[in-house]
Design a binder for this molecule. Structure first.
Ligand code: ADP
Length: 415
């Protein structure tokens, strides 16, 4: 990282996953937050690699460590590499705060919070609710708190946006004591949904107050019903395993199947967990890959069937969420598959004409922002999500930088 790319006040956003940390540095310039540096350290514990790009997306660094070389092995050493890169690429940056993506905020957190040792302990109580994500998110916070002592660490939750749900949407049909213990639906991908809802409202205030179904279709996939900028319901529930099939996750499955696997097949809970999180979804069904591009390129019938089932389940959820909203004004596709996979969008929308949903084939093929024909009663849109920017905007709002966090249409749309 050689070019000097940021000077002055800045916010760092960290998104720590199981084997990676993504980062993005936003400089506060011209009344807004401008992305100056982004990238990730990935392959922690296996084949580490660091990639960094400047604010225009130009590659600054792409380094891999060979076997036997001393590369980053954990979140702390990955963060050390990120900090070294920031020092070199943005030596003048004065960090106001570090914003962290945290998967689970439990039942109470409906907004971002500053994290101190006591709060970190509280967030640890949610680890059993998101065992594959939460420990890594918290490891990222602990590492950053140590390296950036005295700089506020702000946790931004994937569940927070969904705390506007009615009780009916979030309860299971179990005796009430289960709900009281936190066994209930939470919803995830909230930072992405909030970014999309706020961008659309900035672009078109009438649509911003309307009934939106947003399909966040990436490796993890879910859909959200939004009315007047607030989440009404979501396909993900107690864990990020619920809802539609995903890259490697099963999505919703009859709970009786789990009982059968436990009792009849004598599978352990660890084996079932591996099956549902890692060996199901597009990868498990196709036996080939979790990546839509591989499945589209394959002539194996299992690949076509996996895509067909995925589209079927997403279509069904769009209908269910339109019912939750009492109608639909716009369907928005986002994330890796939603933004790029024209064939999948076509399959999903085929059969939704009864709701007024239609695609313009040329616009769909070209991944245009407006995917439906002009004058359609229900608009079908493609929008690029930006969870890191949403985190930066939350951090600025929490720091009282309301002007910079207000995010006028240009700012929130500048992706
Ligand atoms: P994550 O949930 O890990 O952030 P992404 O939102 O980046 O995932 O989505 C990744 C997925 O998007 C890939 O696995 C692939 O299935 C799909 N994808 C990305 N680009 C394309 C493309 N050009 N065509 C079809 N599918 C794509």
């Amino acid at each position: 990282m050689h070019d000097q790319v940021a000077d002055g006040e800045a916010v760092l956003v960290l998104n720590a996953g199981s084997s990676s940390i993504k980062f993005e540095l936003f400089a506060l310039e011209g009344g807004g937050a401008v992305s100056r540096l982004s990238g990730q350290v990935e392959g922690l514990g296996a084949a580490p690699r660091v990639i960094a790009r400047d604010g225009r997306g130009r590659l600054l660094v792409d380094r891999r460590w060979q076997q036997g070389e001393a590369g980053p092995t954990d979140h702390a050493s990955a963060l050390a590499i990120i900090i070294e890169g920031l020092d070199r690429a943005a030596p003048g940056a004065r960090l106001l705060a570090v914003g962290h993506r945290v998967v689970h905020g439990g039942p109470d957190f409906a907004a971002p919070v500053p994290v101190d040792a006591e709060m970190l302990r509280r967030l640890e109580t949610f680890v059993p609710l998101a065992p594959l994500h939460q420990p890594h998110n918290l490891a990222g916070i602990a590492a950053a708190a140590e390296r950036f002592a005295g700089i506020p660490q702000i946790a931004c939750f994937d569940t927070a946006f969904h705390r506007s749900h009615a009780w009916e949407a979030d309860t299971f049909a179990l005796p009430p004591q289960f709900h009281a213990r936190g066994i209930r639906r939470y919803g995830f991908h909230g930072l992405s949904y909030e970014f999309i809802a706020r961008s659309l409202a900035a672009e078109d205030p009438v649509l911003g107050q309307g009934r939106l179904v947003v399909a966040h279709l990436g490796n993890g996939a879910s859909l959200c019903a939004i009315r007047d900028g607030r989440s009404v319901d979501s396909t993900m529930g107690f864990t990020a395993l619920d809802g539609v099939p995903m890259g490697t996750r099963s999505g919703q499955i009859d709970p009786g199947v789990l009982l059968y696997l436990l009792d009849h097949d004598r599978m352990s809970s660890a084996e079932i967990s591996r099956l549902l999180y890692g060996n199901s979804g597009l990868k498990g069904m196709s036996g080939l890959s979790q990546d839509v591009r591989d499945l589209e390129a394959s002539d194996r019938p299992e690949a076509a069937r996996a895509l067909s089932h995925f589209a079927w389940r997403v279509r069904r959820e769009i209908g269910a969420l339109a019912a939750a909203l009492g109608g639909i004004d716009a369907l928005v596709f986002t994330a890796g598959i939603g933004e790029n996979a024209a064939g999948v969008r076509r399959r999903i929308c085929a059969g939704l004409e009864f709701l007024g949903i239609r695609l313009d084939p040329a616009r769909n093929q070209a991944n245009e922002a407006e995917l439906s024909p002009d004058g359609s009663a229900v608009r079908v849109l493609m929008r690029r999500t930006d969870e890191e920017r949403m985190i930066a905007l939350h951090v600025l709002a929490l720091l009282g930088r309301a002007g910079q966090a207000a995010a006028g249409p240009d700012q929130i749309r500048s992706q």
